[in-house]
Design a protein around this ligand. Structure first.
Ligand SMILES: Cc1cc2nc3c(=O)[nH]c(=O)nc-3n(C[C@H](O)[C@H](O)[C@H](O)COP(=O)(O)O)c2cc1C
Length: 318
């Protein structure tokens, strides 16, 4: 393990974090989840990744990702790119427009990311990962920096090297998604890999992967000794997963109705697109027993107004 070094304090207000999810964790969804879990429990969230290709990201784009509303719990801005200098300039701009933390994506398995040598592609080369972290660190003297890795590219043989590379590059937090790139999003709970990362680095570790219930949060922490826990799919199924509140059917329906109306109001999204986003959650949804036995019927509904009517019909149920 590298010798402990000074690292910047992390801004999180609690131990659990909402995972970055492209196409989902834009400001509307994030705000609804942050508003429903106390900040002492849900301690932070992340934007979807901002991809940096040929130019540094524009400040306007970064402001849009951060959104206008602020909560007690901070929202970190995530970048994915292959050119450390361009990502570092983008990260400095993000800080200028108010990002309290910068996160670097070393896990995206999408073909586009791999073809441009970003995201999970850097899992093949710990030195390239270290260079990316170190270049961003140098550009962000006072802003906490985190690195989010998967357990490896094809297998987990480089896990410790990757974890130490993030630490040596100057990250203040390491998030470990326990699946490899090759494992995609397969249902696995290889939490021993998170424990291996914890014993390889001197910085705090956030464990991620396979948390499906509120009780899993304690299980993951007990199994790994990690400092923070990040939840993705589990929060799509139950946005209250962090606090453990058992939502009623009406509360679950209210969440989805608020989601649809905020997408229309804040993102000028038409009814068809907003309904598609609601269905994206319904595909995973468990909260309040709202879709029990009816999931496929809800997902097959093609009329956006009828979908909202179904939800409104469940508002009165205890
Ligand atoms: C639809 C979707 C989009 C995702 N987008 C991102 C992303 O933008 N950045 C990132 O680092 N991880 C992304 N992830 C991965 C999640 O942050 C998380 O690491 C992964 O889902 C494992 O956690 P879970 O088992 O709790 O879902 C995405 C996952 C999903 C399902």
């Amino acid at each position: 393990m590298p010798a402990p070094r000074e690292h910047l304090p992390l801004p999180f207000t609690g131990p659990y974090l909402l995972a970055p999810m492209q196409g989902i964790t834009e400001p509307v969804f994030r705000s609804l989840v942050l508003a429903r879990n106390p900040p002492g429990i849900l301690g932070g969230a992340f934007t979807e990744f901002v991809r940096v290709t040929n130019h540094p990201a524009a400040r306007r784009q970064l402001r849009r990702h951060l959104g206008e509303r602020r909560f007690t719990a901070p929202v970190g801005l995530q970048f994915m790119g292959s050119d450390p200098a361009l990502v570092a300039v983008s990260a400095s701009r993000a800080v200028e427009v108010g990002a309290p933390l910068i996160d670097l994506n070393f896990g995206c398995p999408a073909p586009g990311a791999l073809a441009s040598c970003s995201g999970a592609a850097l899992l093949k080369d710990p030195r390239a990962l270290e260079r990316m972290v170190a270049t961003c660190r140098a550009a962000l003297p006072t802003t906490p920096l985190s690195a989010k890795i998967r357990a490896g590219f094809s297998d987990d043989s480089l896990l410790e090297d990757l974890a130490r590379a993030a630490d040596a590059g100057g990250a203040d937090l390491l998030t470990v998604h326990c699946r490899t790139r090759a494992e995609g999003y397969r249902p696995t709970r290889a939490w021993d890999r998170i424990a291996r990362a914890v014993s390889s680095v001197s910085i705090p570790v956030c464990g991620n992967g396979g948390v499906r219930t509120h009780d899993d949060l304690d299980r993951l922490r007990a199994a790994t000794g990690c400092d923070f826990i990040m939840v993705g799919h589990g929060a799509l199924a139950d946005p209250w997963i962090f606090s453990g509140h058992r939502a009623s059917t009406a509360q679950a329906a209210r969440f989805l109705l608020d989601y649809a109306s905020a997408l229309a109001a804040e993102q000028a999204m038409g009814p068809t697109k907003a309904a598609a986003r609601v269905k994206q959650l319904l595909a995973h949804w468990t909260a309040g027993g709202l879709v029990d036995g009816e999931r496929q019927a809800w997902l097959r509904e093609r009329d956006p107004r009828a979908l909202l009517k179904h939800l409104e019909g469940r508002l009165a149920e205890a």
